[in-house]
Design a protein around this ligand. Structure first.
Ligand SMILES: Nc1nc2c(ncn2[C@@H]2O[C@H](COP(=O)(O)OP(=O)(O)OP(=O)(O)O)[C@@H](O)[C@H]2O)c(=O)[nH]1
Ligand SMILES: [Zn+2]
Length: 296
């Protein structure tokens, strides 16, 4: 029996995982049991189980997941979908066009706040002047409440993004079409090659574009690319948890007339009063109402 070694999950393909071990080598692994709770970014204890065979690429088994610094996940009433573990920063990619969902953005920010993960919003395709101006205006409320917004054009230059990834374990999320792949390829020209290698190590090339991957940028920095998200359910968060994720509500929380105010139509609502006074953006309250009333 060989001893366990530590590694980090760098790709997840269904129930198969590629791990990078402490010595830099990579090992394809399975988990024990049926339910797969392992996610990209997890630091795991791995036991070697032998050489790969033609029908089974697995060469190790994940014995244990070490405690996570953070866990980003989405959920609906039925299931949870893990996104990334141990990240310190979420990079939400939106684009000048096609038009991005500000509800999805708001949901990502709530999830990040819950896990105490830093947020960076990247507005891509800023070479498209007119749509970029409109997108910038939609992001203005986010800047105003303190979120960092970096404008760039992934097709032209991503050098301004690099220093903001330094020292972080970042996860890149965004709707399909926002230019996430273009961004990754510009940051990591070797990423496409890595993807090919990973898919040959696991699962013979299936699912190449549909699962998360972790890329190392340097010794202190890494980047997880995950599939385009269209929905970000927050079923796992309470009303209060969602409220906290609307950070600009903080000064007014607990000041409504009713202790259990939902900030909908109740009289004496401090949040609605703040909107009327121009202290809170009206669209943000609308998003809060949508998200908190959606039941997830
Ligand atoms: N004008 C312009 N177009 C861009 C830029 N970045 C990406 N695009 C285009 O936007 C489209 C979507 O880009 P992708 O990188 O495939 O987007 P994605 O977010 O990875 O989308 P999925 O692969 O569907 O998840 C492509 O046609 C890109 O060429 C940019 O900076 N400027
Ligand atoms: Zn209220």
């Amino acid at each position: 029996m060989s001893a366990s070694v530590h590694g980090q999950v760098i790709a997840a393909f269904g129930r198969q995982y590629l791990t990078r071990l402490e010595d830099g080598s990579e090992l394809a692994c399975l988990t024990r049991g049926k339910k797969s709770e392992v996610v990209c970014g997890d630091v795991v204890e791995v036991k070697r189980t032998g050489e790969a065979s033609a029908e089974n690429g697995a060469q190790g088994v994940i014995e244990r997941i070490t405690p996570r610094r953070s866990l980003l996940y989405r959920s609906d009433a039925f299931r949870e979908k893990l996104i990334a573990a141990n990240v310190t920063q979420i990079v939400v990619v939106v684009a000048a066009e096609p038009s991005f969902s500000d509800e999805l953005l708001a949901r990502c920010l709530v999830a990040a706040h819950d896990q105490q993960i830093e947020v960076l919003i990247v507005l891509n395709k800023c070479d498209l002047a007119e749509p970029a101006a409109q997108a910038r205006a939609r992001l203005e409320p986010y800047r105003a409440i303190g979120y960092r917004v970096l404008e760039l054009s992934a097709k032209q230059d991503v050098s301004t993004l690099r220093p903001l990834l330094q020292g972080h374990s970042s996860v890149l999320v965004g709707q399909s079409g926002m230019g996430k792949s273009t961004l990754i390829n510009a940051l990591l020209p070797e990423a496409q090659a890595a993807t090919r290698e990973i898919s040959s190590a696991l699962d013979s090339g299936k699912h190449t574009t549909t699962h998360a991957r972790l890329y190392r940028l340097d010794d202190e920095s890494s980047l997880i690319d995950c599939p385009g998200v269209q929905a970000f359910g927050l079923h796992h968060l309470s009303f209060g948890g969602i409220e906290e994720g609307f950070v600009e509500f903080a000064p007014y929380r607990g000041q409504c007339r009713f202790h259990d105010c939902h900030h909908l139509h109740e009289p004496g609502c401090a949040i609605r009063n703040a909107v009327e006074a121009g202290k809170i953006d009206a669209r943000r309250l609308e998003l809060f109402q949508q998200i908190s009333q959606a039941g997830c």
